[in-house]
Design a binder for this molecule. Sequence first.
Ligand code: FE2
Length: 445
Amino acid sequence: MTTDSLGNPVSYRDQAAIAGLEATVVKLHGYQADPIADIDAVLAEHPDFAMAHAFRAGALATAADRAFEPELLRSLAAAEALAPQANERERGHIAAARAWARGDITGATELWGRTAMEHPRDLLAVQLGQIGDFMLGYSHMLRDRVARVLPHWHRGMPGHGFILGMHAFGLEECGDYARAEASGREAVALNPRDGWAVHAVAHVLEMEGRTGEGIAWLGDTAGSWAPGNMFAFHNWWHLGLFHLDRGEIAEVLRLFDEGVAGGGFGQALELVDGAAMLWRLHVLGHDVGGRWSRVMPGWAARIEDRVFAFNDLHAMMAFIGTDDQAAQRALLASLTRAAEGEGTDAMMAREVGLPACRGFAAFGRGDYAAAITELLPLRGKANRFGGSHAQRDVLSWTLVEAAIRLGDRPLAEGLLAERLAAKPESPVNLGWARRSAALAERHAA
Ligand SMILES: [Fe+2]
């Protein structure tokens, strides 16, 4: 039986082709550019390599952007045509990518998860399963799906650092910050270019309010993780969050211009971070200049060609930032149609996406009472539309500001107590607390 270097069975027998695929998969693990160009080079020489097509389909599917759909479908068709010659592991990958393409994110994630349990050193199956868990907001599965394969890995094995980095992110999303930080730092020590492990540690520092350490962690290591990294825009976004907490607005805007916008907003994930950063500034009353126009075209093109309700909330931010009422109405109509359908996204739209978008739209037109009515019940279940705790914090951020502007002192104080319990020294939280206290004085007077 032919295998790759980790012992995973491969139906294709050309060792040079297998080595080419493995090198490409390693790039995806570290989010180094450009795995699609590299796999295309392998496929040009080996068009009958089923697992190479399956890899391409999985990478494109989990990018979660309709812009990649034609290429995704092309890879899926090629992989499925070769499936009779493929082995069970490879057919698991093909079936997972197909499930994702038809909108069954839950099914796709379970298929990659099962493949990983049957082949615990199939690092690609572990990674794509974790991306699925991320999109689904399955915090504990971000940890536990990786934990299932940990006994089959040990120090010194190629790829062990990537397992540590993925486990670190899962531990962080489960609030196990000490173990997450240790695991993430170990992974980065093994491979300073591992952008995902760098990111996992940044999340720990974000959640614990360790702003100065966060700036040092991302800023001092950028020379390692940023060059050639497809995920760099997101780590720049995290660095921007640290500076935003300190009120260093000029630096936030510089990071937006040079980091978050550095890739040109060609893909949905970049647009999410761009809008999320501008929205936080907007809510705090900072002037972002003409920057909303940077993300507006990308979001306008995704009103009908939408993918995820999570993305739609970020589109709504851009439509509010540009005061485009027609785009807001069109997005709500598109999202309403999606909510009436079936599959993972329909559930996300019904449960979280629609009320969140209606709530943000209400905030945008100054109807803070309506914003609170829509957004407050989402605090407990916003994970159902995916993303990380740090990303979903934008809901709390918006709610606090709405409560203060409405003059609802008990609500503002309750929400702020929640935030201060997690980050007692956060300057943004303390600024809100001062404004909330001023409301209290007015009531008392
Ligand atoms: Fe993140």
